[in-house]
Design a protein around this ligand. Structure first.
Ligand SMILES: [Fe+2]
Ligand SMILES: [Fe+2]
Length: 202
């Protein structure tokens, strides 16, 4: 058993605490995470649970999120403090442990890095990161291609998702979190070392 609190309880609690739209997104991420977990040999239960709680802190008002960050002693880097949409990921990992009794470090890490990615992502990290990006409710130019690549080459799909987010962040003139660049570069480097890179990831 990877969680002492039942999934049913967690889902009911999330339904109460998330907007309807976010709750539907969460269900979509769970479905996609399980599909990707099956495809890439990741523990399905862990993938489903990580997906279930990945946005558990997202609908908490920002001022309250910042209070909780202080209360729990979460160390936020400067960019995460300024780009407030990033706070819910590390905060969500702590809430998943405190509120839902999830202790598995792999699940908590996947929740923590689901917005920015990170260097040396585990397969579970990649599954949750991508599921968040391509769940059935997502609709953006290129999502169909990304869904297809996700089933063929997980690393390539994560690189594509990073590229697209990086482009978006630059276009918006927002702060780009270095972890996303590190995530993208580390996967690209691994591909280079394996001789798989054709320089066309986009
Ligand atoms: Fe999120
Ligand atoms: Fe999400």
């Amino acid at each position: 058993m990877i969680c002492v609190i039942s999934k049913k309880f967690i889902l009911e609690d999330l339904k109460k605490n998330l907007t309807e739209e976010r709750f539907l997104h969460t269900l979509g991420v769970m479905e996609t995470a399980v599909t990707l977990a099956q495809r890439y040999g990741v523990d399905e239960e862990k993938a489903e649970l990580a997906a279930m709680v990945h946005d558990c802190a997202k609908d908490i008002p920002v001022a309250e999120q910042l209070n909780l960050v202080r209360e729990f002693g979460i160390l936020l880097d400067e960019i995460s403090r300024l780009e407030k949409a990033l706070i819910h990921a590390p905060l969500g990992a702590v809430l998943a442990r405190k509120r839902y009794g999830i202790e598995d470090p792999g699940i908590l890490r996947a929740v923590c890095v689901h917005t920015t990615g990170d260097e040396n992502m585990t397969t579970l990290d990649k599954v949750v990161f991508l599921a968040d990006y391509i769940e059935p409710g997502r609709n953006f130019p290129g999502v169909e291609k990304l869904r297809k690549v996700a089933l063929e080459d997980l690393d390539e799909a994560v690189i594509m998702a990073c590229n697209s987010t990086i482009k978006y962040v630059l276009e918006q003139g927002k702060l780009l979190h270095p972890r996303m660049v590190q995530a993208r570069n580390s996967l690209l480097l691994e591909k280079l070392k394996r001789g798989e890179v054709n320089g066309k990831s986009n």
